[in-house]
Unconditional design. Structure first.
Length: 131
């Protein structure tokens, strides 16, 4: 019984932490795609991990939900190592301390966001001339 109570408290705490407290009583099928992505992170957080492995957490979500997800990732950074696979480079530059860029399975750059942003090969492959 005590273990079940502990698990319930961990789940409730994780739901609050990702910003879903106001919708905690709703079924998953009624949540938006972005809220479901937040819930996926809450499920991970309930296990108290030290590392989060996130594969394209921004895929398929709108600008407002992306902003909430990025804010959540920034909030989680101090307590968790985060390995993020993401194609939204602006988002990556916002949250990453170190970036490794790959093209066709080959690393073309691995450095700080500023260094990666100014890397000519990265610019050609992903960023275009606007960055």
């Amino acid at each position: 019984m005590e273990e079940r109570l502990h698990s319930l408290q961990a789940a409730e705490g994780a739901i609050e932490r990702v910003g879903l407290g106001a919708v905690a009583d709703r079924t998953v099928t009624t949540l938006s795609h972005g809220e479901r992505r937040q819930l996926e992170i809450a499920v991970c957080l309930a296990t108290q991990p030290s590392v989060l492995l996130l594969d394209e957490p921004l895929a398929g979500i709108g600008a407002d939900e992306s902003g909430r997800m990025l804010a959540l990732l920034e909030q989680l950074k101090p307590g968790h190592a985060i390995l993020l696979v993401e194609h939204d480079m602006d988002a990556v530059f916002r949250v990453a301390d170190r970036i490794t860029v790959m093209v066709n399975g080959r690393v073309i750059a691995s450095d700080t966001p500023d260094e990666v942003r100014s890397n000519a090969e990265v610019q050609r492959a992903y960023l275009g001339d606007g960055h």
